[in-house]
Structures are given as structure tokens and as C-alpha cells.
Write a protein that binds this ligand. Sequence first.
Ligand SMILES: CC(C)(COP(=O)(O)OP(=O)(O)OC[C@H]1O[C@@H](n2cnc3c(N)ncnc32)[C@H](O)[C@@H]1OP(=O)(O)O)[C@@H](O)C(=O)NCCC(=O)NCCS
Length: 195
Amino acid sequence: MKTRPAIRTERLLLRPFSLADIEPTWRYRQLDEVVTWTGSWITSLDEWSERATSLVGTLMIIEHDGDIVGDMKYAQQDGWGQGGTDPEAVRGAEVELGWTIDPAHAGRGYATEAARGLLGHAFDTLGVRRAVAYAFADNAPSVRIMEKLGMRREFFTKEDSFHKTRGWIDGVGYGMLAREWREQHAESRSGASGG
Ligand SMILES: CC(C)(COP(=O)(O)OP(=O)(O)OC[C@H]1O[C@@H](n2cnc3c(N)ncnc32)[C@H](O)[C@@H]1OP(=O)(O)O)[C@@H](O)C(=O)NCCC(=O)NCCS
């Protein structure tokens, strides 16, 4: 698996997660307000250690001024291909993004800035054709991030997800194509120049 380079945004450094990051990220990964909204309800450092180890290569650490403020899933994966087509046609065609910010650092736009940095890297450097992100529908800040990023809501699933404390709840999925990213950025470039 290729090691990802570090990526800088206006305020943040995004760098690949390493095993040394397990304990520092556990500080916020164990909080109720975090695990409530993540895909796995992890209850011990051992569990987090096992899960995080399996995510090396797909997790990025978000740093601000040298402090870890969160982490992001940044997983490149194959696109869906009809059986019988050349697997190379869909190889590495997509990235999935997911965000977690330490509540002590939330509300400052870090998740949006980090995700935008990774979308830029995915489309402009990796050359993927589609980015996706998923959330529980009640996770208003997460849904807001997807909208702020200019992603399109692609699905709303009614009570499809069994949540540990809330029972069957709704889900949402958002997507963005490389050409949509370029269109949006062409617009913002022409807007910035007053054109
Ligand atoms: C969701 C999370 C990543 C947000 O991080 P963040 O750095 O605070 O996000 P940002 O500041 O970039 O953007 C959050 C947006 O949601 C908005 N928001 C916050 N709480 C909200 C609420 N209850 N209802 C609606 N919008 C809300 C913010 O105002 C902001 O939008 P704005 O810029 O238009 O004002 C963070 O709270 C977190 O890690 N939560 C727990 C884990 C989690 O939910 N992970 C995502 C799983 S899909």
C-alpha cells in the first residue's frame, strides 16, 4: 500500500495516521458525543487499537499548530463495475471520506477544511472520478459539512441502520464527481477574479 503524502491546507496539516497516534486519538474517540455518531461504538483502548491498526493507510490525522485536532477517513477504493468488464476500468476510481473532530476543537470549520483539502488531493492528484461520504441522517453537523463541500445528496435510507442506543435510524449518502468539483472550482476562481 502506498504511503500518502502529508497535505497542507490554510490552517491544517493532514498526515497519514501511524500507530503512535492511537493513544492521542483515543482521548476524543472514547467520548460519548463522538462514538454516538461513528460507525463503530468503541468502548476500550484495546478495541480502538485494533480498529485503528486496521485503518492504517486509510486514516489521516488532522493537526493544527502541532496539536492533533481530529482524524479523517480517506479510503481509495474501486468503483462498481458490471460483471464481465475489465476490472482496471474501475480500479481506485473512488474515495470515501469520513470526519472526526475532537469536540474541544469543533465549531471552527476544521472538518470542512480538512475534507476540502482531501477532495482536492483526490480529484487533482490521485485522479479519482467520484468521492462519497455517509452519515446517520440525524447527524446535522456532518450533513452540513457535506452540503458545504458542495456534495450532492444521493440517497436517504429510512430506518436502515441499527444504532446501539437509538435503534433503527435513517442514513444519508452524498457524492461528488471530479467534473462537479472542477465546475465548482472554476466558478470560485472566476468569482474570485470578479469575472
Ligand atoms: C461532525 C464533526 C466532524 C464536525 O466537525 P467541525 O470541525 O465542528 O465541523 P465544521 O466546523 O467544519 O462544520 C460544522 C457545520 O455544522 C454546523 N452545525 C453544528 N451543529 C449543528 C446542528 N446541531 N445543526 C445544524 N448544523 C450544525 C456548524 O454550524 C457548521 O456549519 P456552518 O459552517 O455553516 O456554521 C464533529 O462534530 C465530530 O467529529 N462529531 C462526532 C463524530 C462524527 O459525527 N463524525 C462524523 C460521522 S459521519
